[in-house]
Design a protein. Sequence first.
Length: 146
Amino acid sequence: MTASRVLLLGAGALALLALPGCGGMKKTFGMAKDAPDEFAVTKQAPLAVPPDFNLRPPRPGAPRPQELDSQGQAMDALFGPGVSAPKTPGEQALLDDARSTGVTADIRSTVAGEATVADKGAFLKDLLAAQPGDRDAGTATIQKAG
């Protein structure tokens, strides 16, 4: 063996021995993750319920006190209980243009009595009853009624 070959093998062996030491370099340069140990977390004692709450049982059908309407509370605080907010001039102009004032409460029944239904005829029934997938121009014909 020549000296250069021995020197090359020695350098390779030294590199192989030094390579495992590079694992600590990540931590030295701050590139390694330091995750917390999930098994080192201690359990805390369960919450204790006080012996007396002085709570009344809920009444069936009564609104829950936790579910308060924040918008309703704000309106009550600003304008008083049961009072709706006054409309701005822009809102009032929009309502006037839409003719929303003076509309009767039974307008739906009035409109339902005045409505007419167009006779769609046999053509629509044939069109809706047609089998899908027939795209051949020779067999896909539509006959006009009348």
